[in-house]
Write a protein that binds this ligand. Sequence first.
Ligand code: UDP
Length: 139
Amino acid sequence: MAGNKTFTMIKPDAVENGHIGAILEQITASGFRIVALKLTQMTKNDAEEFYAIHKERPFFGELVEFMTRGPIVAAILEKDNAVEDFRTLIGATNPEEAADGTIRKKYAKSIGENAVHGSDSDENAQIEGAFHFAGREMF
Ligand code: UDP
């Protein structure tokens, strides 16, 4: 059975461009309940660990640079079938391929600077949520 939690980040590009409010509004209007939320900035070590699975990819250096250049909004979201439904809501990694109305279609500029993160499995949702939040910050 699919889990009911996912983890998201509003990435530095979307924070810089003033889209925090609009993105959180779209998320909650789509039926997700915010159970943890903060504005924070990842260190280089944080980003290297968070994205360790992409270590050998050619874009890894740029990704770490991008994700650490300013604050992000980190959140844990709750909804039935959360991981899959949230990935539908954000759209494809490359905004050019993202469906109309998705968050990446509306707010992302490129495959690298693509406005939001969404966990790709229940297991990663748990790991990523725990990476950013202490137990007392989850409700
Ligand atoms: N990314 C990138 N270049 C690429 C593919 C991905 O810079 O060619 C970045 C992008 O920010 C993406 C993140 O690496 O969101 C993680 O990539 P993944 O393939 O896991 O995509 P996602 O699950 O975020 O859609």
